[in-house]
Design a protein around this ligand. Sequence first.
Ligand code: ZN
Length: 184
Amino acid sequence: MSLLPIYTYDQPILRQKAKPVTEINGELKEFIQNMFETMDNADGVGLAANQVGSNKAIAVLNLSDIDDESQRVEPFAIINPIITAYSDETNEYEEGCLSLPKLRDKVVRPSAIELQYFDIDMHEHKREIDGFLARVIQHEIDHLNGIYFFERLSPIRKALATPALKRIQKGLVSTDYPLYRRKK
Ligand code: ZN
């Protein structure tokens, strides 16, 4: 296994829409294991494949270690995930992102979703999901559609985030996990 460097704002891959996975092979399973290792090393609760430079529609989640015991969920991967329904009810919660180091802000999202996805053995699932997991999955699926969480902020909050985004873009923000450096 190996750690993968995390791509940050504003690498082009983070603006691209992911491509569906058609077949799971050993190479892809190893890549997904590396995604789990990379997420855990960075103390993340979710990671999308384009955050580590791949255009595949894959995200990994790990809510097994979060403070709120009632919201803990064992690690799992979602492949070709699609949200098929959203609750009318919304809630607001502070989000961060491994691709946007040090930027945090409150984002409003639907409280519950209906999710369709394939697991690592390409078995199809359709589940209703609520709580913190519903939020993390929406954040990761946004990544797979080329969307950052700050784009869901109000125009004022978005403007206030601009200096922090510029610092990230210029590589001025340090992290205790490896970052991908733009090739000059
Ligand atoms: Zn993120």
